[in-house]
Design a protein around this ligand. Structure first.
Ligand SMILES: [Zn+2]
Length: 233
């Protein structure tokens, strides 16, 4: 096998590896989409839990206040029972009336708060059900992506092992030139001449280099686009 043939075989292996790497990378957005969709529900649950516990704190506070004000009514009642004069009776009754109005107001606030909490807990539970449904729905997709990844990783391991063998057949200096030029974005760097011009950028080969290249044993760097050019014999 000539050096050029060995180099072309190496490039073929590298193109196959590149293709597998691209297909592996293409799995990432699929996982990201699944994660993002799930995370939106998790965030909603967290937000709603926060609202529910804030309202629960208000509820506990209101209950304490109602209890405290009921105690006040009881004390007012005791005072009313103990009054001796009409004036004292009128004052005690007015105090009592005021305390009752306060408690009535607080109780109606508590009722409204209880109803609100019930609704909030309802949406929190709905969000939790959404999460369960989302996870069940995504399970198949995640399994599928994981299986595709395992297959591609297996193929990549095989292709990489094959490449090591192929690379060993390429003369060291040529392989080093090739490896220097090749990048993640630029994988096709060994190009056949196309009618005495670079097969990649179409720049004509200088007259003085043509003869050597036409023998089919010389590989030249294109000074315009940087690929390795050879003449297909
Ligand atoms: Zn070129």
């Amino acid at each position: 096998m000539s050096a050029i043939q060995a180099l072309l075989a190496l490039q073929t292996d590298d193109l196959a590896i590149h293709d597998l790497e691209m297909r592996l990378a293409a799995l990432e957005p699929r996982i990201r989409d699944l994660d993002a969709k799930r995370q939106r529900i998790v965030d909603a649950i967290e937000r709603q839990s926060g609202v529910v516990s804030a309202e629960e704190k208000k509820q506990a506070f209101l209950r304490d206040k109602i209890q405290e004000h009921r105690g006040l009514i009881d004390r007012n009642q005791a005072q009313l029972d103990a009054v001796k004069t009409m004036r004292q009776a009128t004052a005690a009754a007015a105090q009592m009336e005021q305390a009752r109005r306060i408690v009535a107001g607080e109780e109606s606030d508590l009722l409204a708060l209880n109803r609100k909490l019930e609704e909030l807990r309802g949406s929190l539970n709905a969000a939790k059900a959404d999460l369960t449904a989302c996870e069940a729905e995504q399970a198949a997709a995640r399994t599928e992506v994981a299986a595709e990844r395992a297959t591609l990783e297996g193929e990549l391991a095989t292709a990489t092992a094959k490449r090591a063998t192929t690379a060993a057949a390429v003369p060291d200096d040529l392989r080093r030139r090739y490896d220097r030029i090749r990048t993640k974005k630029r994988v096709h760097v060994v190009v056949a001449l196309n009618a005495l011009a670079c097969g990649a950028c179409d720049t004509a080969i200088p007259m003085q280099r043509r003869h050597a290249m036409m023998t089919g044993s010389v590989i030249e760097l294109c000074e315009v686009c940087g690929v390795l050019m050879y003449h297909q014999v």
